[in-house]
Design a protein around this ligand. Structure first.
Ligand code: CS2
Ligand code: MG
Length: 409
């Protein structure tokens, strides 16, 4: 099953995506997602200039060997660009292997461990009225778990809250990376945020009851003691998880948070290898690992990561924002269905244009996703449609504190 071609396709149906298409001598094709929000062309170049020449002539069936070759022969290791590029190759090879076997990828990963994949959606609002409407909308369209993000009084723009649905490209979807512009500056004040958020969850619990699984994303903005304070303040509202409560390059910082709160913690969407989690998992400092297949090197290492996590009763909670393409999302769903220690799957539906380019077969019904039973990943890329949406430069925003100091966005 020799690889005869590997094409890097960059398209922008509302937001930028990078996809690798691998073709074998018998005409089979496999897809992999290589999208890295705000740095897409870096990964496209890593693939096109440095990886594709190494793939031609290789046996597509040798997935582990190809992964180890790409990881170790580069000499320079880890990092979001390298690991997103390797992920696209790995995912494409798994797509090919499952297609050649005539079965959906999850069957190759051990078959289904559950009927469906519990998803959570993104509710948000500039104020309580808008937030409640957004939560009701997500319940109406079938979500059974909901992430809650709101504006913060005295702050102009906050992660996770569209300025106004119509003002966001992508048919009203929240896309933090705005195309055609330089990075947008947003302001931040952690004390204002810490004063505000507990009241938001008290109001949501009073309105929607104690059962609904609620999640919140701190988006890397707190110090460990601030994160501990928020985790403790949110305990009466029984969150499913508090995400990215503090930057976790220093994994030991979570020891301090863990000492003060029993609110479950999720970390890792910006992580790209198991080494980023070693202390976090081994000391059970977190409850969910957030890496996506797209950014953590592909199906092969993600399986190893979640199996390592399973030894410490840590579950999966894979990143599924719209900057994970339908190819990356499908890869996550096949893994979600097969592994035992599944926790929850983030699901931000893509816009209509994206679904024209990426024809996907996964379903969302009654709060649960399912990858479908097409051979492979179950996603086809319409290259003619993709060509109609050329790349546009896009940057994620950045934050400054009131005194002008740069802060985590
Ligand atoms: C967020 C993301 O989905 C999440 O949990 O952290 O929306 C994140 O901001 C984007 O993926 C960045 O590209
Ligand atoms: Mg997040």
């Amino acid at each position: 099953m020799k690889i005869v071609a590997a094409d890097v396709l960059v398209t922008s149906p509302g937001r930028n995506f990078v996809t690798l298409k691998v073709t074998t001598e018998d005409g089979l094709t496999g897809l992999g997602d290589a999208t890295l929000n705000g740095r897409e062309l870096s990964v496209a170049s890593y693939l096109g200039d440095h990886v594709v020449p190494l793939l031609l002539g290789r046996d597509a069936r040798n997935i582990e060997d190809t992964w180890q070759f790409l990881y170790r022969s580069a000499y320079w290791r880890r990092g979001p660009v390298t690991m997103s590029a390797i992920s696209a190759v790995d995912t494409a090879l798994w797509d090919l292997k499952a297609k050649a076997a005539g079965m959906p990828l999850y069957q190759l990963l051990g078959g289904a461990s559950r009927k469906g994949i519990l998803a959570y959606g993104h509710a948000s609002g500039q104020d309580q009225h808008q937030l409640f409407d957004s939560i009701r909308h997500h319940l109406d369209v079938g979500f059974r778990a909901i992430r809650v993000q709101t504006s913060v009084p005295s702050l102009n723009a906050v992660y996770g809250v569209p300025a106004a649905p119509a003002s966001r490209e992508g048919d009203g979807h929240y896309e933090p990376a705005q195309r055609g512009s330089l990075p947008a500056e947003e302001d931040w004040d952690t004390r204002a945020y810490l004063r505000h958020i507990p009241g938001v969850f008290e109001a949501v619990r009073n309105e929607f009851g104690p059962e609904l699984p609620l999640l919140h994303d701190g988006h890397h903005r707190m110090t460990p003691i601030e994160a501990a304070r928020l985790g403790k303040a949110l305990e009466p509202y029984d969150l499913f998880w508090l995400e990215d409560c503090t930057p976790a390059e220093n994994q030991e910082a979570l020891r301090l948070v863990r000492q003060h709160t029993i609110t479950p913690l999720a970390i890792g969407e910006v992580f790209n290898t198991v080494w980023d989690y070693q202390t976090l998992i081994r000391e059970q400092l977190i409850d969910y690992v957030r890496s996506s297949v797209t950014h953590a090197g592909g199906i092969t290492p993600m399986r190893k990561l979640v199996d390592f996590a399973a030894q410490y009763q840590v579950k999966s909670g894979m990143h599924g924002a719209t900057d994970i393409s339908p190819v990356g999302m499908a890869a996550a769903l096949h893994l979600d269905l097969a592994i035992h220690n599944f926790g929850i799957q983030e699901y931000m539906p893509h816009n209509e244009r994206t679904n024209e380019v990426f024809r996907q077969t996964f379903t969302f019904r009654d709060g649960y996703l399912h990858p479908g039973d097409e051979p492979g990943l179950g996603v086809e890329l319409d290259e003619k449609a993709a060509a109609g949406f050329p790349y546009q430069t896009a940057y994620l925003p950045f934050s400054r504190l009131r005194d002008g100091t740069i802060h985590d966005w």
